[in-house]
Design a protein around this ligand. Sequence first.
Ligand code: PXP
Length: 245
Amino acid sequence: MMQRPVRLHVNVDHVATLRQVRGTPYPDPVEAALACEAAGAHGITVHLREDRRHIQPEDVERLRQRVRTLLNLEMAPTEAMTEFALRVRPNIVTFVPERREERTTEGGLDADGLFDMLKPLIQRLKEGGIEVSLFIEAEPKQIDAALRLGVSRIEFHTGHYANAKGEEAEKALHTLHQAAEYNAKLKQPLHLAAGHGLTVANVPPLLRAVPSIRELNIGHAIVSDALFWGIAYAVRRFLRAMEAL
Ligand code: PXP
């Protein structure tokens, strides 16, 4: 049974990337976030990386003050970041794996292998009234770990699907479908998001193959399209692609 519409959370990291390469005050990711909200985005996502290569701590603080939809903070599962999140209070914290040398997040979090390290951090965020999501590979083992960790949300890594072509893309969709069905059949399914590498072209086949996805986190493609058409149009174009199912 399909439940639409899917919610769109726009990741504005790369607006900050453009700012950081020149050390100027512009373009401002907060202004971009507000324009995305005005265009119909259901939430704003940012990744505060350890190396601070794009989003800065002050950006998250300013976003917290001005975002009216929902703020999702992606971050590494560390003590320092957990303290930061408890102070700034985003609506959602998404734990992601982080490696300094990577160009972007390259894989899902090993929720199963890192269980003991994650458990107390998740506990503290939940006690602080913050919802926790885990960015994981589409695998039953990771969904089981997320359940045992007591989070309410998971986000499937769609990078493999986005990078694949032809038969490989079909296989990746099948993997996402199977894992989503595993989640959907749980007594209390976890709220399912997906993200990484998503474009106007690859979103419709993904949503057709995985009807239980409730939310997409999309950044790079929207900011790229915004260069040519403006960010409001870029957001609306994705919303249309998501609704046209
Ligand atoms: N979801 C997560 C957990 C991510 O780490 C990222 C990249 O920061 C995205 C979604 C967005 O990916 P993209 O920029 O490729 O749309």
